[in-house]
Design a protein around this ligand. Structure first.
Ligand SMILES: Cc1cc2nc3c(=O)[nH]c(=O)nc-3n(C[C@H](O)[C@H](O)[C@H](O)COP(=O)(O)O)c2cc1C
Length: 265
């Protein structure tokens, strides 16, 4: 089948899912690429895709499921038997039911998920003293992603149309595991270090951060994605809440063995 355009559709607070799907598209040479980034804003109304386009959706795994805000942002997409590549990026622990959940979200919106992959991204909770998959996706990951893109390109060229029978079997359970509950914490602001530059305000995917007399984070809106922590040029936002520090320590100790991408095409 002839493809006119590749759409990159990331929801990617710390940028790892976005890197992976861009690398996949780089392997599908010769097709124009456009991006609809759902990280910072919801699409205004329904966004429709045609049967001669390919949509590459990349989202992070939160608690073994698709990140809840990604689920909500993806609900604006509407395919028309549009081929889709679905990608779940996780922090070297496990992706559990996130890939099958993403497949079902795609199918419900009339996409045909012809290929799927899980990739590893540096864990959102990773830091210099407790690294968890630091630097991932790295060079080998991105090379794997580009080769995956080439295989997807070949699959698309070999198909007469987006046949749902060509969807690969995926690991994961339905019903899905229970998702995480909202965390009743926010990153801690180190006021002495903060210059009130406002970088964190624009990095927050959910508009949880405001600047009044100082930076304030709304616990109801904060999903602890850590985008603000990773982007702050002064390192003025840190993980302080004891339960998250414990999880971070556990991940650092128990999830050190390198996991590899898994591809389904
Ligand atoms: C609230 C939360 C829950 C997470 N849950 C998981 C998980 O269940 N398994 C895992 O391996 N990584 C988990 N992660 C790590 C992210 O999936 C990982 O860092 C991913 O690369 C982030 O993608 P992004 O850079 O596109 O935002 C979690 C991160 C956050 C913030």
């Amino acid at each position: 089948m002839k493809i006119k355009k590749i759409w990159l559709v990331p929801f990617s607070p710390t940028g790892t899912s976005k890197k992976v799907i861009a690398a996949i598209a780089s392997g599908m040479a010769g097709i124009p690429v456009e991006e609809l980034d759902l990280t910072y804003t919801a699409a205004a109304g329904t966004v429709r895709f045609g049967p001669d386009e390919v949509v590459i959706i990349g989202v992070p795994v939160y608690a073994g499921r698709v990140a809840p805000l990604a689920v909500s942002r993806l609900s604006a997409l509407q395919g028309d038997h549009t081929p889709a590549v679905i990608v779940a990026t996780y922090g070297n622990r496990d992706f559990e039911d996130a890939l099958v959940e993403l497949r079902d979200i795609a199918r419900q919106a009339s996409f045909v998920p012809l290929a799927a992959g899980t990739f590893i991204g540096e864990h959102s909770f990773s830091g210099p003293e407790t690294p968890i998959a630091p630097g991932r996706p790295d060079g080998p990951d991105l090379a794997t992603a580009a080769e995956f893109g080439t295989r997807i390109g070949a699959k698309l060229a070999s198909l007469a149309g987006p046949d749902p029978a060509c969807c690969p079997a995926l690991p994961g359970n339905v019903p899905y595991r229970e998702g995480g509950t909202p965390l009743p914490f926010t990153p801690l602001l180190l006021e002495a270090a903060c210059t009130q530059c406002g970088t964190c305000l624009t990095a927050c995917p959910n508009g949880a951060i405001a600047l009044q007399d100082k930076i304030e984070i709304d616990v109801e809106r904060c999903m602890f994605c850590c985008a603000c922590i990773k982007i702050c040029p002064e390192s003025a936002l840190v993980i302080d809440a004891a339960p998250i520090r414990q999880i971070r320590q556990w991940l650092h100790e128990h999830c050190a063995a390198r996991q590899e991408p898994e591809l389904f095409v």
